[in-house]
Ligand binder design. Structure first.
Ligand code: ZN
Ligand code: ZN
Length: 347
């Protein structure tokens, strides 16, 4: 999208504001025209905005001049005739107040996901932040392994993982940690609860650190003592599906093609209907971004995309297995950013 002196964009989605300002994490909105780049925010965030986004002018709201009145004033000063906004983010009510303030002398057009499209290809600096987030995630997993003992609860594992990630330098969690043990493993997004670990359990842990504004996402399933033959077979199937799909991940491949590789293999092993979610999603400032690896996705992989490869098999009453890496698509293939072994670990 090209900006002429007469068109401007206003951005309200916090993830897009962070991306466009390269670091602002406060409230408000961002206004960009051909002549200026402005963060409009309230008193609480003025100093923070100046520190986080040195290239931006910071305009503070007050009683007579709210966010929308500031946008109106800047549109007038810049003689803006076209204002692009996030029609997939602003509520109808918020948009109506914006339009009431700015007036009908301006055409309102959708930004049509332009910031999100830019965000799909990570710059080397973004890839580096994601590498740091993934390294902390991987290290927290490895530090947890010797601590997993019979009688601990899922909640205990969650606390230990989250605490370790923070100690290792995470700013926070990329999403709520998922821990599912034994028969709970069939719940893809299980909430860690009071269930105590028992010998023979498979334990699925899906978690990720957030570092410098960027997320990571990893799942490993481990066994506490020898698992049953059936669960071992489930594990080997998911592992093989994960390896096949990750090996195939490269520029030019579509989301549907990659999803099919893992799905066909899982079905060939007799688990049709047991892999009910898509193979993966891009990761970045948000935990779930585009492109997607799904049977519906004609998204084509490009160098710089960071995406998960996460097949799973879930059998109600028995349990489940998921193995997930976050991978950076390179010129020739992909680089897994999450690095612990994918082979079955028996504790
Ligand atoms: Zn995950
Ligand atoms: Zn994921």
């Amino acid at each position: 999208m090209s900006l002429t002196a007469q068109s401007a964009v206003v951005v309200h989605n916090p993830s897009n504001m962070f991306y466009l300002t390269q670091g602002y994490t406060g409230e408000g909105c961002v206004f960009i025209s051909g002549t200026r780049r402005v963060i409009i925010t309230d008193f609480r965030y003025v100093e923070q905005a100046e520190q986080q986004a040195p290239g931006f002018q910071v305009n503070m709201t007050d009683r007579g001049l709210g966010h929308n009145q500031w946008v109106a004033k800047l549109c007038q000063e810049d003689q803006v005739d076209t204002l692009r906004y996030e029609d997939d983010y602003l509520t109808v009510r918020s948009f109506e107040s914006l339009r009431n303030a700015v007036g009908d002398g301006v055409s309102y057009l959708s930004l049509a996901g332009a910031p999100e499209k830019l965000r799909q290809i990570k710059t080397p600096a973004e890839a580096e932040a994601m590498r740091r987030a993934a390294a902390i995630t991987s290290a927290a997993f490895e530090a947890l392994l010797p601590k997993i003992k019979e009688g601990m609860t899922e909640k205990d594992l969650q606390i230990e993982l989250d605490f370790t990630m923070l100690k290792l330098g995470a700013d926070g969690n990329a999403f709520e940690t998922i821990i599912a043990s034994g028969e709970n493993g069939s719940l893809c997004h299980a909430i860690p609860g009071p269930r105590k670990l028992r010998k023979g359990d498979m334990i699925t842990m899906d978690f990720g650190a957030k570092v410098d504004g960027y997320c990571s996402d990893m799942t490993r399933t481990v066994a506490l003592g020898e698992p049953s033959t059936e669960m071992r077979r489930v594990y080997d199937t998911v592992l093989q599906a994960q390896i096949l799909a990750e090996e195939a991940l490269a520029p030019g491949k579509t989301g549907a093609e990659l999803d099919k590789i893992a799905r066909d293999y899982i079905h060939s092993q007799g688990y049709e209907g047991r892999f009910g979610h898509s193979l993966g999603h891009a990761v970045g400032i948000d935990i779930h971004e585009n492109p997607r690896l799904s049977y519906l996705s004609d998204d084509v992989m490009e160098p710089g995309v960071v995406i998960t490869v996460e097949p799973g098999v879930y059998i109600p009453g028995l349990g489940g297995v998921r193995i997930e890496n976050t991978c950076l698509v390179t010129e020739t293939g992909c680089e897994p950013l999450t690095t612990p072994t994918k082979e079955l670990i028996i504790l």
